[in-house]
Design a protein around this ligand. Sequence first.
Ligand code: 6PG
Length: 240
Amino acid sequence: MIEITVTEDAEEAARTCAERLAEAIDEARADRGAAHVALAGGRTPGRTYELLGEHVDDWRAVHLWFGDERCVPLDDPDSNHRLVTATLLAALAARGMDPPLVHAVAGAAGEPAAAAADYERALRQEVPAGPSGVPALDVALLGLGEDGHTASLFPDDPALDERERLCVPVHGTKPPFDRVSLTLPVLRAARRAVLLTAGAGKAWAVGAMLSGPSNRVPASLLADGDGTVELIADRTAAPA
Ligand code: 6PG
């Protein structure tokens, strides 16, 4: 089941998303002593990351992971790691706050397969397993592509059928094409999955992801996992 939160505009969606991430972090640290958060790339979540610095007072025992990463250097303008560095980490530095522990997808630019395997090892080592025996992220923030992709799981990609590996190299349809992505087993094992989207260009993908599970619409495959799935969308992306 996917819970939908509709906001007036993209700014309110960003703020609502920051509040949700902060809630998940506080809950995880209170219940388990640490919080494991996977972040998304793309254009949409940057504002959420800027705001998130205002919603969490200290970042001790918070581990930041990436739902996907492009196969570019970590300081490349297309890198999701760079996005988080330039927004969330910069906001924390400006406030003199100690940063969270950031698990970058190291080496994706050179050796995607090795980088994916290393990232999976780190996930299995650091993130406690949930009921399905798979590392259970406390929250996975995900974006939604116009074609219904999420993370770097693209329509009809064989990676959608991966049930053992938690992180795989992919050749996607959105540039930069070569990426590393978490797979459905770990995304569906997350205690909370939060999809953030905005803009009329995403309206088709929102409608498609709510129309039942299909490999043609990867975001539709997130529901019915171990945790909850919430879609935060502004009213131009939300279903009429
Ligand atoms: C990426 C993202 C990807 C993104 C969607 C939406 O690395 O590209 O993880 O899944 O969230 O493509 O991107 P926009 O927010 O730019 O529309």
